[in-house]
Design a protein around this ligand. Structure first.
Ligand code: TYD
Ligand code: MG
Length: 456
């Protein structure tokens, strides 16, 4: 199949193709994202990449059978929650994360559970059969229905799927797969896109669910074009600090469920263990009688989780004070500092200010505002807050405290974890049926009142 070779430039962010190089992609505006690939201009090549037919026919919507919507449970209820209740048949799920975070481990654990009843094809382009077997032994995975295929040629994988029709397919990882007919190297935009498309066509036709592992690039996005995220049904990210043992699984796209849910795991000697009580984990090792630390309750999907916020305000050594925030939006922090200064009389303008959310959680809820303010004020005044108190609430630009959703769930979580006082916006009290609350509720209207209610 000797075709003429030509060079194309492809944007690794959006997949835009052009005959010439651009410093900035004209379609998505990404800088320095165009990479060169060699392509054959034969018409046959197109035919191998996208084979024609069989075509589908229109069906009246009333005749479409939905009974098949049953989901496979993975044996990990934290994962089921993130997927929206389990694996939907025929769905393609992309799972991304840094190297060594545990992607292969979680896939093998799913195989261990589902392999008792289903036939599973595990395709690995990264590890040898022996390495996978060793890991499986460590995880206690020993299923006679689990087949390991070490292969990087995607056409061989697709043929195997069509011939064997397994119940579940794992591809580890998509960046190692390649189409031998395409001249670009594995991991390039074209290869990743075409391999995903080929696998998707195969599994959709046979209604087989599949997981594919995707590596992330240095910006934390799944390497390859954004179109990859558009092709698949669900995109899950595995996050966490390599130094710490816990891992958070988060859905950023899900056609069959909510994207708010998170799953919490703990990486141990024998693989990933589910964490059923994340609040306890997030608060373990919390310092007491120290200024600048505060506990809040955030909602991750439908689940309330307690988190510790730490703030530090120190004299600035330079002309421009530094502001840094980990786990909380930087701009939101600046806004809170401005409100504290203008509306509440706490002056930070010549101080460096730092915020850290302990445990690697990312708080993107306005309900965390008040706790950020409390941690900063506590550090500013060097006054420790009550160790048995929880606080939440949104801060408005006028310095007022605004009600937030799910107040009752948050309060109950605080009570369940043994906290004795909850400081919350006054307007939230209406949401809570006061009769049987096992915790003292203090409704406040301003930041200053909140601080006074929290002081020891
Ligand atoms: P792995 O699943 O290979 O990561 P990925 O596929 O995302 O690159 O996980 C590897 C890491 O997990 C490695 O640092 C070892 C650690 N690990 C454990 O701590 N316990 C275990 O039981 C297993 C299997 C791995
Ligand atoms: Mg791996």
């Amino acid at each position: 199949m000797a075709g003429k070779l030509r060079n194309v430039y492809i944007c690794s962010e959006c997949g835009f193709e052009s005959a010439k190089w651009y410093g900035k992609c004209p379609t998505c505006g990404a800088w320095n994202s165009m990479s060169e690939e060699v392509r054959q201009t034969s018409s046959q090549q197109k035919a191998t990449v996208s084979p024609r037919g069989p075509y589908s026919r229109p069906v009246p919507i009333r005749e479409i059978d939905t009974n098949e919507e049953a989901r496979y449970h993975t044996g990990l209820s934290e994962l089921d929650r993130v997927l929206g209740g389990g694996i939907v048949k025929g769905s393609l799920i992309l799972i991304g994360g840094d190297p060594g975070i545990g992607k292969s481990t979680i896939l093998l654990q799913i195989c261990g559970f589902l392999g008792k009843t289903l036939r599973i094809l595990y395709v690995s382009g990264e590890e040898s059969g022996r390495q996978i077997k060793l890991r499986a032994a460590r995880l206690g995975v020993d299923s006679e229905n689990l087949y390991i295929m070490t292969e990087t040629d995607v056409q061989a994988v697709v043929e195997q799927i069509r011939a064997d029709k397994p119940d579940l397919v794992m591809i580890d990882s998509i960046q190692t797969m390649n189409f031998t007919d395409l001249s670009s190297s594995p991991g390039s935009v074209t290869q990743v896109r075409e391999c995903t498309n080929a696998i998707m066509r195969a599994i959709k036709a046979l209604e087989i669910p599949a997981f594919i592992v995707g590596h992330v690039n240095k910006d934390g996005a799944i390497a390859g074009p954004k179109v990859l995220e558009h092709i698949v049904d669900a995109v899950l990210y595995f996050e966490g600090d390599r130094q710490m043992s816990y891992r958070i699984l988060r859905a950023v796209k899900n056609r069959y469920g909510s994207t708010n849910e998170i799953g919490v795991f703990d990486m141990g000697e024998f693989g990933l263990r589910q964490v059923e009580n994340p609040s306890q984990m997030m608060l373990s090792g919390r310092p007491v009688h120290v200024s600048g630390t505060c506990v809040t309750c955030v909602m991750e999907g439908t689940r309330p989780i307690l988190a510790e916020i730490q703030g530090l305000a120190t004299t600035s050594g330079y002309g421009n004070p530094r502001r840094m925030s980990t786990g909380f939006d930087y701009n939101r922090m600046s806004l809170i500092l401005a409100v504290l200064e203008k509306r509440a009389g706490y002056y930070f303008s010549n101080l460096d200010a730092y915020i850290n959310v302990v445990g690697g959680l990312r708080l993107d809820e306005p309900a965390a505002d008040l706790s950020v303010a409390m941690a900063l004020i506590s550090s500013l005044k060097d006054a420790p807050l009550r160790e048995n108190a929880v606080v939440f609430g949104e801060i408005g630009l006028a310095g007022e405290l605004r009600a937030v959703s799910h107040a009752e769930a948050r309060v109950y979580e605080a009570a369940r974890m043994g906290f004795e006082r909850c400081v919350l916006p006054f307007h939230c009290l209406k949401q809570i049926s006061q009769s049987s609350i096992p915790i003292e509720l203090v409704g406040v209207k301003t930041v200053r009142e909140a601080f006074e209610a929290l002081c020891e």
